[in-house]
Design a protein around this ligand. Structure first.
Ligand code: CTP
Length: 471
């Protein structure tokens, strides 16, 4: 039996005008074909949470078409997307997979900005009844919503007539929005899709909600039976993991780690035991926490423009906590970018080499020589994991100053002074740079000034005359 939905009305007029227009046109197209159309998922949630006095802009809309008939309309979503694209030729149409879902994408459109509309067809296969029966309509959209993650994401706003603007709430999502609860629809939800564990935490932290206690128990149960014990998550080497799950898990981790509130999110994931979904041995102990905070501080000071993806480096630090042989495996399983996989696979070797060599490198030029083969993310990773303060300081100075220092004279100067190009040329330039780094031309601190000022250049020329006299 189909439970009647709690209905309420939601005023679509609160949406920004271009969005209202496109939804009205989509609804018209659906009505002409005798279908119902719903806005579902995050869009409805965000519309309900938004400030009632401000127009709401959504970048990501999920629409579900209810085509009613048993099999004839399984492609209803795709057909609707095609009809919309004919009216909006600037939009790109992508059709995916055997479930026949379609996406319309606008890129930098003057009115619609970067809008993304997913259009799916509600599952109707179990309800071979005529279209006019409201119970059938209710059951297929209900069925579609029941497959979703949380009650607050399982609300639907009907866009088509009759009863347009009616909010369908079969599972108590409205109440959970008001009482700020993240609540699953059924006990198996996290076992069916472990990425929802990460989504629960992501929404809780982002919206300032609480994970409802029974839902938290379901998470712990899923972690202990599925993630920690076996194969649904990433597990240990040698396990085969569904590629679609890895991609979605990586996407969720990225969302969490690139959000400004990644710290409480990670803490909550750890409290729920969910980090063991990445690897059974991964735990957020005090040392790992310290490393994560440190890399975050370094990234913010050293790379405020976000030249490297910060989330990726945070994840590298997390995974570097695993045993060396497991790091690369988990990075590969998660399909992390190639540079992360290389970093995590070679980390223990680099760390060993630098731990041995850095104490024997008191001069800046020696530090530069040692560190220049490595890129910035690798050096940050080594630094935050090092237990030696002095190593961190050497790497920090290298990154912030020494790696940018140039000698006061370059190749053109050498030529002007009468040196001939050849093997010695390169050697002289290297020597000049080392002397600059070690403060031999400056008048100040050890290695603090390179300087292309006249005094430094004159000192460098005297140095050349003394050490490399022209024949
Ligand atoms: N969904 C789900 N289970 C998942 C992922 C998604 O049930 N593992 C459903 C939810 O109903 C969700 C909708 O698909 O609302 C769209 O997914 P997504 O775009 O990832 O989430 P949003 O809720 O739109 O969140 P966001 O605002 O962060 O994009």
């Amino acid at each position: 039996t189909v439970k009647a939905a709690q209905t309420a009305r939601l005023d679509r007029a609160r949406l920004a005008l271009p969005l209202q227009n496109i939804l009205a046109i989509a609804a018209q197209q659906a009505e002409q074909r005798g279908w119902h159309l719903y806005l579902v998922g995050g869009g409805v949630r965000d519309l309900l949470l938004a400030d009632p006095d401000q127009p709401v802009t959504l970048n990501d809309l999920d629409l579900v078409v209810d085509g009613f008939h048993q099999s004839a309309d399984v492609g209803a979503g795709v057909e609707l997307a095609r009809s919309l694209q004919a009216l909006y030729p600037h939009a790109r149409l992508d059709i995916h997979g055997k479930f026949q879902t379609a996406a319309l994408l606008w890129h930098n459109d003057p009115d619609l900005d970067s809008l993304w509309i997913d259009i799916a067809t509600a599952r109707t296969e179990f309800y071979p009844y005529p279209a006019a029966n409201p119970e059938v309509e209710a059951s297929s959209i209900r069925q579609d919503l029941y497959r979703r993650d949380f009650t607050i994401n399982a609300l639907a706003l009907r866009l088509t007539q009759p009863r347009a603007n009616e909010l369908l709430d079969f599972f108590g999502g409205l109440l959970d929005l008001r009482s700020k609860q993240i609540c699953v629809l059924h006990s198996n939800s996290f076992i069916e899709d472990p990425t929802r564990i990460f989504r629960a935490v992501r929404f809780a932290v982002r919206l300032g909600f609480e994970i409802e206690p029974q839902t938290a128990d379901f998470i712990r149960y899923a972690v202990s039976t599925t993630c920690r014990a076996r194969d649904a998550c990433l597990g240990e080497s040698g396990r085969v993991v569904a590629p679609a799950l890895q991609t979605r898990l990586k996407a969720e981790l990225k969302y969490i780690l690139q959000a400004p509130d990644w710290k409480p999110a990670l803490k909550q994931l750890s409290d729920l035991g969910a980090l063991s979904c990445l690897h059974p041995t991964l735990a957020l102990d005090a040392e790992l926490w310290q490393q994560l905070r440190l890399v975050d501080r370094w990234l913010r000071r050293f790379d405020p423009q976000q030249m490297f993806p910060h989330w990726q480096l945070l994840l590298d630090v997390l995974l570097a906590r695993l045993a060396p042989l497991e790091r690369g495996f988990v990075a590969q399983t998660l399909q992390l970018p190639k540079d992360s996989i290389t970093r995590l696979t070679t980390l223990s070797q680099v760390q060993e080499q630098l731990t041995e060599a850095l104490p024997k490198a008191p001069r800046p030029s020696q530090v530069v020589q040692l560190l220049k083969p490595y890129d910035v993310p690798m050096l940050m990773l080594v630094a935050v994991r090092s237990s030696e303060r002095s190593h961190r300081q050497q790497i920090w100075k290298y990154l912030t100053r020494w790696s940018q220092i140039k000698a006061p004279l370059d190749g053109h100067d050498l030529k002007r002074l009468g040196y001939k190009q050849g093997r010695q040329f390169k050697q002289i330039l290297e020597r000049l740079l080392a002397a600059t780094l070690d403060g031999e031309f400056g008048d100040g601190e050890f290695g603090e000034r390179g300087g292309s000022d006249a005094a430094s250049r004159a000192r460098a020329e005297r140095y050349l005359a003394e050490h490399y006299p022209l024949k």
